[in-house]
Design a protein around this ligand. Structure first.
Ligand code: FMN
Length: 148
């Protein structure tokens, strides 16, 4: 079973206030648990960055549904097929905001800029995107260690 990681940036086309985000979180978390998909969804000022990982075909089926979702426009999609193990085994779909990840505000800006700027052939900048995803994971582990 080949694992695939996928990251994209999208722009909201409809209003995403707290109720809409909570409903999306509830739906995504439940469905992803059934499908053994993990990752995070970051929202700030009308832009989403989502990272999803799981069995390659399951990930592709999800990104097709997400791209068809009229509530947003998916702009850039990157795939990582070198994924040996999951980065976020415990997150069915963790919602992140500026507030929930204090200290990573600038990372969010980088995240959006890099995903948007990467050209398919540009391996170096792909690596930068995955390094950012890894930094989110490292931060998550630090927080989990503090909590536990
Ligand atoms: C920004 C964004 C992120 C989403 N992330 C997920 C997700 O991680 N998992 C999921 O099942 N649906 C997600 N959705 C919802 C899908 O676009 C779609 O509505 C859903 O997969 C419908 O199919 P279902 O009812 O079979 O789950 C997301 C939608 C948006 C706008």
């Amino acid at each position: 079973m080949a694992l695939r990681g996928l990251v994209y940036v999208s722009e909201a086309r409809t209003e995403f206030g707290r109720p809409e985000l909570l409903a999306l979180e509830e739906h995504a978390t439940r469905r992803n648990r059934e499908r053994e998909l993990t990752g995070y969804l970051w929202f700030d000022e009308g832009q989403f960055v989502q990272y999803v990982e799981g069995e390659a075909e399951t990930v592709e089926a999800l990104i097709r549904r997400i791209e068809d979702d009229p509530r947003h426009d998916v702009l850039h999609v990157l795939r990582d097929d070198e994924l040996g193990e999951r980065r976020f085994p415990d997150w069915s779909m963790q919602f992140l905001t500026r507030r929930s990840f204090h200290g990573l505000e600038t990372l969010l800006a980088d995240h959006i800029v890099f995903v948007e700027s990467v050209r398919p052939q540009d391996v170096e900048s792909h690596q930068t995107v995955w390094r950012i995803v890894d930094r989110v994971r490292d931060q998550q582990r630090r927080l989990a260690a503090q909590a536990g």
